[in-house]
Design a protein around this ligand. Structure first.
Ligand SMILES: NC(=O)c1ccc[n+]([C@@H]2O[C@H](COP(=O)([O-])OP(=O)(O)OC[C@H]3O[C@@H](n4cnc5c(N)ncnc54)[C@H](OP(=O)(O)O)[C@@H]3O)[C@@H](O)[C@H]2O)c1
Length: 317
């Protein structure tokens, strides 16, 4: 539908969107599943990440000029990337990596930031450590494998036979076919765990970690710390998360493992570091399918199928 063009605030850049990346959060948002956490003003233009060109800047913007090519994970309560134009806070944007086209650049921000913030900041992965990543073939997983390798880890992931060649091509050291093998057979040997699947997979991960280590999940149930650290300390949420995560936290305690749910956050400075890794050839961007904007429902349905290998992107004409 036609809506008024967004007007940039003092800290915003106005971007003409050339491509927008899709993520599971887009259909979860549309389904109303994030109502408890996010309360944006409706009606809302969906879409959480984009690549495009700056066509106007707000009064206080310092880092960008008209004509710059930028990419961004936009503010969570703002969204707006599935549109011809979008406003982005300058702190959430970074210059696009050299030699990347808009389609590939739009596939990066949300998934790569999630992987970086989980592995570097929450898990503190060190060279030589053994890292287990569940769900390595998806949008976050394809970045997570490469970032864990960049941090110097030995990486094991789960993938079906449909994703095995892809995860190996990204440098993964060991692959467990989760459709044929129980991951608890991998033995209690891991120093850090990143869960991108949740449910039974997370439960089994507690059995393969060295006691005293940590699992970070972005796909299971949030726990109180995630309300405090990631959602600005909202107390009511913290209490609710305490209740819903009770089972997982008890399971973690019995195994001697620390459990943390992470809500990633937009960050132009983290994105600039990711752009550097891409320019150095340390990080490849895997785009599974590209759709024209007019086919965005098909694109969302594909993401919702849970079978994407790498990322899904819509392009604007
Ligand atoms: N909390 C946060 O801030 C945050 C940020 C980003 C993402 N997330 C969440 O993290 C999850 C992953 O996101 P994503 O973008 O990577 O999703 P995605 O791209 O949709 O993941 C799809 C991939 O997962 C694989 N897969 C499906 N079931 C699996 C299983 N049981 N074991 C191993 N692999 C499996 C699929 O391959 P096969 O079917 O071939 O196995 C497919 O390649 C989602 O739940 C998303 O909402 C949370």
């Amino acid at each position: 539908m036609d809506v008024p063009a967004p007007a940039p605030g003092p800290h915003d850049v106005l971007v003409v969107v050339r491509a927008a990346g899709l993520n599971p959060v887009d259909f979860k948002f549309r389904q109303g599943k994030l109502r408890v956490i996010l309360r944006p003003k409706l009606p809302l233009v969906l879409g959480n990440e984009l690549a495009g060109e700056v066509i106007a800047v707000g009064r206080d913007v310092k880092r960008f000029r008209v004509g710059d090519r930028v990419f961004a994970r936009v503010a969570k309560d703002r969204a707006g990337a599935f549109a011809e134009q979008a406003c982005v806070d300058e702190d959430d944007a970074a210059p696009m990596p050299r030699d990347l086209d808009f389609t590939a650049a739009a596939a990066v921000p949300l998934a790569a930031l999630t992987a970086l913030q989980a592995l570097r900041d929450e898990l503190g992965v060190k060279p030589g450590q053994k890292v287990f990543i569940s769900g390595g073939a998806g949008g976050v997983g394809t970045f997570a494998i490469q970032i864990a390798k960049w941090l110097g880890a030995h990486v094991t992931t789960t993938a079906s036979p449909r994703g095995e060649a892809l995860v190996r091509s990204l440098g993964c050291d060991e692959v467990i076919d989760y459709t044929a093998q129980d991951i608890s057979k991998a033995g209690g040997q891991f120093d850090a765990g990143l869960d991108l699947v949740g449910g039974k997979t997370l439960e089994q991960m507690f059995e393969i970690m060295i006691p005293g280590t940590k699992i970070v999940s972005v796909a299971a149930l949030p726990e109180p710390q995630s309300a405090i650290k990631d959602l600005a300390g909202r107390r009511a949420l913290s209490a609710m998360f305490w209740i819903i995560s009770y089972g997982i936290r008890s399971r973690a305690r019995r195994a001697g493992i620390s459990y943390r749910y992470l809500f990633m956050h937009p960050s132009g400075s983290d994105l600039a570091q990711i752009a550097e890794l891409i320019e150095q050839g340390q990080l490849k961007v895997i785009v599974d399918k590209t759709y024209p904007f007019a086919k965005i429902s098909d694109a969302l349905a594909y993401v919702e199928s849970g079978r994407a290998k790498g990322k899904v992107v819509v392009t604007m004409t």
